[in-house]
Ligand binder design. Structure first.
Ligand code: NAD
Ligand code: MG
Length: 350
């Protein structure tokens, strides 16, 4: 069955006339949604904890900022862009008690609805606009006149108008310049978790780190190893992004192509591992493990973050990236906080 795909011509921004959209959270996705919608002419209010460092960042961008409860109370659409593990508590304490009758609830990931951590009453439209890219790229692409594609879904449609609203939201985000693909909360949640666990992060990140370790353990210079297993990755991905794996291969030597085709690194064992990960996503055990750890104060998650923030790959990277004359330090995004730049600085002195 061919996918249903919508573009700018399929959506109407007048859906937002006289309506207010609350964006809860001002992190990776939150800042991008708030700024893109505002720049598309939508009336936006950002909902944050008054103590949040993001309050200043959002105000600096000319956005109206209120507490979560106040923002929800005046909104016709509430987009929840908080970390997935905190959404249920914020929903119960600050969203549900303040939600206007018939106000729509929106998500950028189906996790809390799909696994039942949030159960909105049936009179509220519930939809999803999930960008298939990091929030900072959602903002940068919009500002460049382009957009990051999204997948869209409707879970509850009490007024029969939820699809119009969903597509209008995607258009205001700039996403329909690239396209929106119709999905369901179930499909988005399960495939999104699979993508990050098995390929985009859990696959590539471990693959590059392992490659780096194997080369350096064999006595090769870390700087050379960094270039070979990491730096060139972006260039190949850029080519693949333009013209598929065929284009990336076309630009590489015959030697490289032959090595690619005959490589035994990814094998049937990898497929079995992927199927195992997928099963744990489908039966909810991955979600439960993550949420239970979070509820206990995230001991396992924090230990893993600490463990993975110091690989040697990260210590070589900043030095080499600084070699490029056109690279004046890491790109600065509108909501960039100390936590990220601080992490880089710490990694540099390890
Ligand atoms: P984030 O961690 O970058 O930002 C979360 C924001 O919520 C921050 O502004 C934080 O201050 C605020 N916040 C945290 N706890 C809060 C609380 N208790 N009350 C009020 N505000 C609170 O999160 P993110 O990565 O933008 O993720 C948001 C949603 O978007 C998630 O559902 C995620 O799955 C989804 N998503 C993220 C990406 C991405 O690029 N990061 C891509 C697609 C979908
Ligand atoms: Mg994803």
């Amino acid at each position: 069955m061919a996918a249903t795909i919508w573009y700018d011509k399929d959506a109407d921004l007048s859906v937002f006339d006289g309506k207010k959209v609350a964006i809860l959270g001002y992190g990776s996705q939150g800042h991008a949604h708030a700024l893109n919608l505002r720049d598309s002419g939508v009336d936006v209010v950002v909902g944050l904890r008054p103590t949040s460092k993001s309050v200043e960042f959002a105000k600096e961008q000319g956005l109206e900022v209120k507490s979560v409860g106040e923002a929800v109370a005046e909104a016709d659409v509430v987009m929840i862009l908080l970390p997935d593990q905190y959404q249920a508590a914020v929903y119960k304490n600050d969203v549900e008690p303040n939600l206007k009758p018939g106000a729509a609830l929106a998500f950028a990931h189906g996790f809390n609805i799909h696994y039942g951590y949030i159960k909105p009453s049936a009179d509220h439209p519930v939809f999803m606009v999930a960008p298939k890219g990091p929030g900072h790229i959602v903002r940068r692409e919009y500002a460049a006149g382009r957009g990051v594609p999204v997948v869209v879904a409707v879970e509850q449609d009490p007024d029969g108008k939820t699809w119009d609203l969903t597509l209008a939201y995607a258009k205001a985000l700039g996403a329909l310049r690239a396209g929106a693909i119709k999905t369901t909360f179930t499909e988005e949640t399960e495939t999104d978790l699979f993508g990050e666990q098995d390929v985009l992060m859990g696959g590539i990140n471990h693959l590059t780190e392992m490659g780096f370790q194997v080369l350096t353990a064999a006595g090769y210079q870390p700087e050379i190893a960094y270039f070979e297993v990491f730096h060139e990755l972006k260039m190949l991905v850029d080519l693949a992004n333009e013209g598929g794996l065929n284009k990336a291969r076309w630009s590489c030597s015959d030697t490289a192509q032959y090595g690619d085709f005959t490589s035994t690194v990814i094998d049937e064992h990898t497929r079995k591992n992927m199927e195992y990960q997928l099963k744990r996503i489908q039966d909810g055990s991955f979600a439960k493990e993550f949420m239970d750890d979070q509820a206990a104060g995230a001991p396992k998650f924090k230990a893993l973050q600490e463990e993975y923030s110091h690989p040697q790959l990260e210590t070589v990277g900043p030095k080499l990236r600084a070699m490029f004359s056109w690279n004046n330090g890491p790109a600065k995004d509108a909501d960039e906080t100390e936590s990220f730049t601080g992490k880089i600085a710490r990694a540099q002195v390890q």
